[in-house]
Design a protein around this ligand. Structure first.
Ligand SMILES: C[S@@+](CC[C@H](N)C(=O)[O-])C[C@H]1O[C@@H](n2cnc3c(N)ncnc32)[C@H](O)[C@@H]1O
Length: 542
């Protein structure tokens, strides 16, 4: 069976791109990649319930394996997969060890760093990258990854990926910009083989929806609100556990008349689902139900107390003030998390006296109603809360496909440059040494565009392994290479980003000029210079 597609933009590569999904969960990421036209060859997760859900929803994926990735090595997978070429590896090594929640108890800080073996799982991911050498890999994690343990893990992931031959681009992705009705932000670490052109996240992973009105619409669609995502579902009471029920088709008609069909039918495929499943509400005690009723739409218990409401909940008033939150129909929902399996108190329905159901959580994550959910609430919330929203996966998949097409094109096209590139590494070093020394006498911001670009492209030529987007988040740790006495435009480097310390002002100025529109995207990312530098390095290495 060929995978079903979703939406208008589809990948246009000469053959379908293949991928492996590690730590796949129920397959939110895989579903989005499939919508973008990629073909998943294998998914691995040690949670057998998640793999069951994966299999039920991805019947065309030949291998969905319930295995522990600390034991199951790429060589084992290879025996099952045969010598299939893998273009992309994606995966979400568990994020609990990095998340902000652990920082509350100090577990991710300095001396109080608590050993958490889950943090090492990125190594298992990189083991597969090393073995399969995909052109691109995408690691998904919580934003806490950047700061956990003073940024140590963020550094390690980048250093170890670079050692495997990948140019690394950290990229924070905001789910609502892709039509997901949720405030979810996640950290992507994108690795692209260093012999390929630069992957430019902002160019390839294209926003489809606006940025909460901050930038204006700019030809994009308005964000999808919580009301648009779940407003057509039948009203149910807390404790109503009926797994399968009929849709209220009249309510859907009114809903679509109000919001249009872009989410209800185009994304959720509500029309294709015969019955509504997983719309089951957990029971709440009478005290909680009375407290729910005290909350206005969009309000949390802290705000209700400030307004003069007397909440009955017995929890410590200081630490748990905002324990209850009623979501708002006209806004984005709070980030859907696996914790929903424990309680739903931060996810109270906008108008009903109950917390959200697994089907509502799935809709808020952009899973279609045709997606088969586990019958039991706990694994359903856990799998849905852990997932990459399929619409985000789709945007990433389309971005990768577009990037591969652009990489093929750039091979065919002669670079069209307004200033000359250095002839070789030693002339690039000389040019940059002179340039950096001259900055003691004249402010870099006053330089004419041609002079600045000539230096900036020499940077790209000399350091084709680095990505400009990684130059501004370096940490403090410095490293010297094995040979002493090399040029100051080569080292010392910041361990995290790999960027030479002396070149950071040049990178900062390039970013400033790009952000202010003084130089174009092509001039900033200087792919032609980077590719020429990579070729020269390769020739030197032979
Ligand atoms: C954040 S979730 C991934 C969600 C997935 N990317 C999606 O879009 O649905 C992380 C997953 O890692 C799995 N996991 C944790 N440790 C593992 C291990 N040692 N081997 C295999 N899977 C593991 C968990 O069961 C969980 O499903």
């Amino acid at each position: 069976m060929r995978p079903e597609s979703n939406g208008d933009r589809v990948a246009n590569t000469s053959r379908p791109l293949t991928c492996i999904d590690l730590f796949s969960g129920c397959g939110g990421f895989s579903l989005g990649l499939q919508w973008a036209g990629l073909e998943c060859r294998a998914a691995i997760d040690f949670d057998s319930a998640a793999i069951e859900t994966f299999q039920a929803n991805h019947p065309h994926v030949p291998l969905a394996l319930s295995r522990d990735l600390t034991q199951f090595r790429p060589e084992h997978l290879d025996k099952l997969l045969g010598d299939e070429k893998i273009d992309v590896i994606v995966g979400g090594p568990p994020c609990q060890g990095f998340s902000h929640a652990r920082q509350v108890d100090g577990a991710n800080h300095g001396d109080r760093l608590v050993h958490d073996p889950r943090r090492e799982l990125y190594r298992e991911f990189l083991r597969y990258v090393k073995y399969y050498q995909p052109r691109v890999f995408i690691m998904e994690n919580v934003p806490g990854l950047r700061t956990a343990a003073g940024g140590e893990f963020f550094t390690r992931v980048q250093v170890e990926s670079r050692e495997l031959g990948y140019r690394i681009i950290p990229y924070e992705i905001e789910a609502w910009r892709f039509g997901v009705p949720q405030k979810r932000i996640r950290q992507l670490i994108i690795g692209a083989r260093r012999e390929l052109p630069l992957f430019i996240p902002a160019k390839y992973i294209r926003h489809t929806h606006d940025n909460l009105g901050k930038d204006g619409l700019n030809g994009l669609q308005p964000i999808v609100t919580l009301g648009e995502a779940i407003g057509d579902l039948p009203a149910i009471a807390a404790g109503d556990e009926q797994f399968e029920r009929k849709y209220d088709k009249r309510a859907r008609k009114t809903h679509v008349a109000r919001y249009g069909s872009r989410y209800t039918n185009d994304v959720l495929k509500a029309e294709s689902a015969a019955t509504l499943t997983g719309h089951v509400a957990r029971p709440h005690n009478d005290r909680d139900l009375r407290d729910f009723a005290r909350l206005r739409e969009g309000e949390n218990s802290r705000e209700a107390i400030a307004r003069g409401e007397c909440m009955e909940f017995p929890y410590d008033r200081e630490n748990f003030k905002d324990r209850f939150t009623r979501q708002h129909r006209d806004e984005l929902c709070s980030t859907i998390v696996a914790h929903l399996k424990k309680d739903g108190l931060m996810f109270i329905h906008p108008t009903q006296q109950r917390s959200l159901t697994p089907r509502e959580a799935a809709r808020i994550q952009s899973f279609p109603d045709t997606f088969v959910l586990p019958a039991s609430r706990t694994p359903a919330f856990s799998q849905i809360g852990n997932a990459v929203p399929p619409l985000v996966g789709k945007a990433v998949g389309l971005g990768i496909a577009e990037y591969f097409n652009a990489a093929i094109e750039s091979d065919r096209m002669a670079p069209n440059l307004s200033v000359k590139l250095p002839k070789g590494r030693s002339s690039a070093i000389k040019q940059l040494e002179k340039f950096v020394e001259s900055l003691y006498l004249r402010p870099i911001s006053t330089l004419a565009s041609n002079e600045f670009l000539s230096a900036w492209w020499a940077v790209g030529f000399l350091h084709p392994n680095l990505h400009p987007d990684a130059a501004l988040e370096n940490g403090h740790e410095l490293s010297l290479g094995p040979k002493r006495g090399v040029s100051f435009v080569l080292e010392p480097v910041f361990v995290r980003s790999g960027w030479p310390v002396e070149l950071i002002p040049v990178a900062k100025e390039a970013r400033r000029r790009f952000d202010s529109g003084e130089i174009s995207e092509d001039e900033y990312y200087c792919s032609a210079a980077v590719m020429a530098g990579a070729l020269t390095q390769k020739a030197c290495a032979v």
